[in-house]
Design a protein around this ligand. Structure first.
Ligand SMILES: Nc1ncnc2c1ncn2[C@@H]1O[C@H](COP(=O)(O)OP(=O)(O)OP(=O)(O)O)[C@@H](O)[C@H]1O
Ligand SMILES: [Mg+2]
Length: 390
């Protein structure tokens, strides 16, 4: 028998076969797709660590919205967002509509269509505004709404400027009665910066969805059901190891499941041996692909804070961080709060903190040990300087 393809999906933005957690939120938002009864769900902010499933959540919502007949527009918050929405996303969405709906759009006088009712251009007389587009599109759609997802929201100036323009237009469109749901995704600090912008009052009433690790129960479910969909079972002791090593961190769940699956792909069951092989490989891979990136993204000060924490194997007393960093307690409080907000660190009992991203502490410890013991990191070339020409 040949080996069955792995149903696990390690990789950024790869929608998992089984989506763990967030069942309540998904149910409620799906309900809105069916009923158009938005309640507080006109805007949703999805925030959490790298690799915690924000993009997958957006993709899941997009698929569900489409299944309910909604128009879906998706983009990320990079420079030129408004231009892309107006010049390509909206025209693209128009062209995908059923012909009878498209013919309703002709009379609105906003867009020009050819004989096959395909979008040609905007009418020159009407000032192009996202607000006008959304209201018109929404009217033509009748009992179906528009979902707009914006990924990769960050605190960079360009992105925030772009997003506040976008948010202002959406808020006007909502006032004019457009049936729109906007879902933003980014790390926590970036979303906070977005909320500080002017003209984004409607965002302050947003529904917030936090992405952290999955519960142990959901983690088990993801392993078992994903393997089953792929056509195999996981033995109990193997399952226990996979759940424990992944710590419910979504990217790691997929990596571990994938390595375990591939270790002996033709066997009907995933065994403890497969899970053990997966353990080492998955941790190395998650360090390479996620944790090292997370760590490099942080400022020097944040890194120093985490290094001070990594001196302990377990949780760390905040007072010890003050001593180790040699700065004031107030200063440490500021950094502590920042790292808690962005999800790297969590309070752990009164006056203590610990790492909330699994393996980050161990990674930093290894980096620090490496920095002390390693040679200059030149790959041994120090002994072979390039000779000058005789
Ligand atoms: N709810 C989930 N259950 C199981 N696996 C998941 C879930 N969400 C995401 N994953 C898996 O986790 C990995 C990372 O997902 P994703 O790219 O959505 O994360 P992200 O939060 O968008 O990361 P980043 O902040 O770096 O953009 C993927 O391999 C995906 O298949
Ligand atoms: Mg993402």
């Amino acid at each position: 028998m040949g080996s069955a393809p792995s149903p696990f999906t390690p990789g950024y933005g790869r929608k998992p076969v089984v989506f763990g957690g967030h069942l309540t939120e998904l149910d409620e938002l799906r309900e809105v797709f069916e009923t158009l009864d938005f309640g507080e769900n006109h805007s949703v902010l999805a925030s959490g660590l790298r690799g915690s499933g924000k993009t997958s959540f957006l993709t899941t919502l997009q698929d569900d919205a489409r299944a309910s007949g909604w128009v879906v527009i998706s983009d990320d918050a990079s420079a030129g967002l408004m231009g892309r929405l107006m010049d390509s996303a909206i025209p693209g969405a128009l062209n995908e509509l059923e012909p009878d709906i498209r013919s309703r759009l002709i009379s609105l006088g906003i867009w020009q269509f050819n004989a096959q009712i395909e979008y040609v251009d905007r009418h020159r007389e009407v000032k192009p505004q996202l607000r006008t587009d959304l209201v018109a599109l929404s009217e033509a759609l009748g009992q179906r709404g528009i979902l707009i997802t914006i990924d990769e929201v960050s605190s960079s100036k360009v992105r925030l400027r772009e997003l506040s323009k976008f948010a202002l237009q959406v808020s006007h469109a909502l006032t004019d009665g457009a049936q729109v749901m906007v879902v933003f995704a980014g790390v926590k600090v970036s979303l906070d910066a977005l909320l500080e912008q002017e003209h984004v009052t409607f965002l302050r009433r947003s529904r917030e969805v936090q992405f952290q690790r999955l519960s142990a129960h959901e983690t088990r479910r993801v392993f078992v059901d994903t393997a089953r969909i792929g056509g195999r079972e996981i033995e109990d002791d193997a399952l226990n190891l996979l759940v424990a090593l992944s710590q419910g961190y979504p990217y790691l769940v997929q990596l571990a499941g994938d390595y375990a699956w591939r270790n002996n792909g033709t066997a009907p069951r995933i065994t403890l041996e497969d899970a053990t092989v997966a353990h080492t490989k998955a941790i190395r891979a998650v360090e390479d692909r996620v944790i090292s990136r997370v760590y490099r993204d942080l400022s020097d000060r944040d890194q120093e804070f985490l290094q001070a924490m990594a001196e302990d194997d377990d949780r760390t007393r905040v007072a010890d961080i003050v001593k180790r960093m040699g700065v004031s307690p107030q200063y440490v409080q500021v950094y502590k709060q920042r790292l808690i907000n962005s999800g790297y660190v969590r309070p752990d009992g009164h006056g203590f903190v610990s790492f909330s991203l699994p393996y980050l502490g161990a990674y930093i410890q290894r980096q620090m040990a490496g920095a002390e013991s390693e040679d200059s990191g030149d790959g041994g070339w120090g002994a072979y300087p390039a000779p000058t020409l005789p």
